[in-house]
Design a binder for this molecule. Structure first.
Ligand code: FAD
Ligand code: NAP
Ligand code: SF4
Length: 681
């Protein structure tokens, strides 16, 4: 790899740590995947081995707790006994066999624990936790430090190349650092020198116990994004002390979990927080890792080239594509499956207790059960519809050795993704379509665009099997006046770009209603593509001036392009069903743009006056909403008229994606279903 010329000289340069060398500048950032739970270590081994084979420089595992109180919830992974060292050898061996290096993250959640036994410097409940923590006494603090050290020693015995001490994101260590969560009056509280004693002691005693030739990464919260957070002076002081205490690498943490500023969602600009790490450059001599929304080799290379950091942390992009580094090194960057920052299959799964996966790569964390093996029975397939379902099925089938013809009525592949990508904040969907373009070409699928196929053509085509992936059609609600000229569908707006007036009612407040509202309140560029404007909009300041990077910062929000009303029939809060980790961001973004939410509405009529709305079961007090346009976003229905005629003609036919089930359809389900079917045909 090193002898090749490639476009990413900084990214692919080895990093010498003195006692060991990392093969490049990519650290796989820690992610809780659910595999940390005890029974899944075999799966974890295969998952990490694939990433090691993909040439990532250093893997960091999901968090393991140093004792039960530190664990996020009962049953979560801990590393506390010699037996644990035995059990983890399957993981370290698998990674080492692939030539990789792996560090175990030690995570103490403190007051973020979801159980009743959480411990913290002071008994102050976190806004995102159900229970107040127990305040530790001094002996208790000594015990926590000893447990960190024990955990690191067990990790070393298990064959790990190092540990990452999780000191950011508002967890236990952060809770000691900040006065708002540390109100102690002993030697562990009060002055900043006292508050920072805990992390320094943890690193110092860990280094003393593990010896010199073991990697200690310290993840340092460089900008807390909460009121009362650290000042920049404090952050620098801590970094220097952590270096002196024996850390090998400092990784960047951005924002506490309770912060009300998005830090990793798709609408966060790429590399939006690298400037914070860059600010630290020169303050310490050990390597610095920068993090958050770095999802392509171009972005990573540019950050390293401009001197923002010595390494980049890629977490979710390693779920999306295990071969990220290998593809970059081999000049195949366009073949990288790009993480779109959606959180739909990774973080959102964790919040409901499911093993993580990835929207664009359903194999992630499921490597032992979902595999695309060469077929012994080559057949000829027609796949109808080049949305995410059809694209996934066609490419997996072709990669397995089948002959595949993929049809779409449109002149471009992508289906509804082409509407998603024009929504401000969803620009990452361009990358998803681009990836599929390259994969279609690479896999040898024969693509037939601009062809709306009917059953007769398919039957005449003599295919062995047909996959119907024709997607959905918008639902037509039963509202008097729906044929009025003011009425448009979301397709008219997003695809056909029909003109829209200054006052608009969007009816239906599902995912598409929210996206259409977002599209309509913006004019000109998207702040997702303009990091300084994005920071100004969300009120992110310079931590040298504003404590935590937020105190005293007044958000600068540009006025909405038009007045938008977002209307729904149900009485629940608008947006209540959006994604667990991203719904609040969509709601906050529309609030910034003064979108008016109307819940519990009845659509009485549409006319020249606008939209006549009444409320409640009694349908009283109907009033006209004076709007120029009404945009219909009231859900979708399956489009599958090919199915019956094909079946009647005896053609083996499969239904996937929206064509199969329209309710609660998303790209995650479409891709997952398609890949799982194509893996076994
Ligand atoms: P589609 O994407 O609908 O594709 C079907 C394809 O079949 C179309 O290209 C169509 O032209 C073609 N076709 C139909 N009939 C024929 C025929 N007879 N012959 C040839 N071709 C035919 N999902 C998410 O997971 N996350 C999001 O953030 C997200 N945002 C969205 C934002 C918007 C604005 C929209 C509109 C959708 C969004 N979705 C999102 C939903 C997601 O795009 C869909 O769930 C997904 O595209 C469904 O995939 P599919 O392949 O089943 O169907
Ligand atoms: P949806 O989420 O099902 O929302 C449709 C909305 O229309 C509902 O909120 C419903 O609310 C209303 N509605 C349903 N039937 C109606 C009727 N007969 N008359 C009037 N109103 C009616 O569907 P969608 O917004 O079209 O989105 C389609 C899929 O794309 C979704 O399942 C979603 O997962 C996916 N998507 C996801 C994202 C994302 O960010 N993850 C973004 C966009 C789309 P009321 O009944 O309360 O009015
Ligand atoms: Fe990235 Fe979405 Fe996959 Fe998570 S589910 S890794 S955010 S593409």
């Amino acid at each position: 790899m090193s002898t090749m010329t490639h476009p990413y000289p900084h990214l692919l340069a080895p990093l010498d740590l003195g006692f060991t060398t990392l093969k490049n500048r990519v650290l796989m950032g820690s992610m809780h995947t659910g595999l940390e739970d005890h029974e899944h270590l075999d799966r974890m081994a295969v998952y990490f081995a694939e990433r090691a084979r993909g040439q990532v420089g250093l893997i960091v595992t999901g968090g393991f707790a140093p004792n039960d109180a530190a664990a996020p919830m009962a049953g979560a992974g801990t590393l506390t006994t010699a037996h644990d060292a035995e059990r983890h050898r399957v993981v370290t061996r698998a990674v080492h066999e692939e030539g990789g290096k792996i560090a175990l993250q030690i995570l103490h959640t403190g007051r973020y624990a979801m159980h009743r036994h959480g411990v913290a410097p002071s008994a102050i409940r976190a806004p995102i936790s159900p229970h107040p923590p127990l305040a530790l006494d001094e002996a208790g603090i000594e015990q926590q430090i000893a447990d960190f050290v024990r955990c690191a020693c067990i990790a070393r015995d298990a064959g790990y190349d190092g540990v990452e001490i999780m000191g950011s994101e508002g967890y236990f260590i952060n809770q000691f650092l900040v006065a708002a969560t540390n109100q102690r009056t002993d030697d562990w509280g009060g002055s900043y020198a006292n508050r920072m004693r805990l992390p320094v002691e943890i690193v110092r005693r860990t280094r003393a116990a593990v010896g010199r030739d073991f990697i200690i990464v310290y993840r340092l919260s460089m900008i807390d994004l909460v009121p009362g957070g650290s000042t920049w002076e404090e952050v620098v002081l801590l970094a220097k002390a952590i270096e002196a205490a024996g850390a090998s690498i400092i990784n960047t943490g951005i924002g506490w979990h309770e912060a009300r500023i998005p830090t990793i969602a798709t609408s966060v600009p790429r590399g939006a927080f690298a400037w914070v790490t860059k600010k630290m450059k020169g303050e310490v001599t050990i390597p610095l890792v920068t993090s958050n929304r770095i999802n392509t080799p171009e972005v990573a290379e540019a950050l390293l080239a401009e001197g923002a950091a010595d390494m980049v942390s890629l977490a979710r992009p390693m779920l999306a594509d295990a071969d990220f580094v290998r593809k970059a090194a081999e000049g195949r960057a366009e073949q990288i499956n790009v993480c779109i920052g959606c959180n739909q299959a990774c973080l959102d799964h964790i919040f409901v207790g499911k093993v993580a996966s990835c929207l664009v790569n359903p194999r992630a964390c499921h490597e032992t059960e979902l595999n695309y093996l060469p077929t012994a029975n080559k057949r000829r397939f027609a796949v109808v519809g080049a949305g995410p379902a059809g694209l996934s099925a066609a490419t997996v089938l072709a990669e397995r050795g089948h002959e595949v013809h993929l049809f779409d009525a449109a002149d471009e592949i992508g289906g509804q993704l082409n509407m998603a990508k024009v929504v401000p904040g969803k620009e990452e969907f361009h990358g998803m379509v681009g990836y599929f373009e390259s994969r279609v070409a690479q896999s040898g699928v024969t693509l037939h665009l601009g062809q709306r196929v009917d059953a007769a053509t398919l039957i005449a085509g003599g295919y062995d099997e047909v996959i119907v992936a024709t997607g959905v059609t918008p639902r037509t609600p039963d509202i008097p006046g729906l044929d009025h000229a003011k009425v448009l569908s979301y397709i008219d707006v997003l695809r056909h770009r029909k003109p829209v007036g200054p006052r608009v009612a969007v009816i239906g407040a599902g995912g598409i209603g929210f996206d259409v509202a977002e599209f309509l309140v913006h004019e000109g560029h998207s702040t997702t593509l303009d990091a300084p404007a994005w920071r100004a909009e969300w009120g992110v300041g310079d931590p040298s001036v504003s404590r935590g990077g937020v105190e005293g910062v007044v958000p600068k929000i540009s006025p909405p392009a038009r007045q938008v009303y977002l209307v729904q029939r149900s009485a629940s809060k608008v947006g209540a069903r959006l994604g667990k980790t991203t719904g609040w961001i969509h709601r906050a973004a529309l609030k910034m743009k003064q979108v008016t939410a109307i819940e519990g509405a009845n659509y009485e009529r549409i006319g020249d006056e606008g939209l006549l709305l009444s409320h409640g079961e009694s349908r009283e007090a109907a009033e006209w909403l004076d709007v120029d346009n009404i945009i219909v976003c009231t859900g979708q229905e399956s489009l599958r008229d090919l199915l019956e005629p094909l079946k009647a003609a005896g053609v083996v036919t499969h239904l996937i994606g929206g064509a199969d089930v329209a309710a609660e359809l998303d790209a995650k389900r479409a891709i997952d279903q398609a890949c799982r079917l194509a893996a076994v045909l």
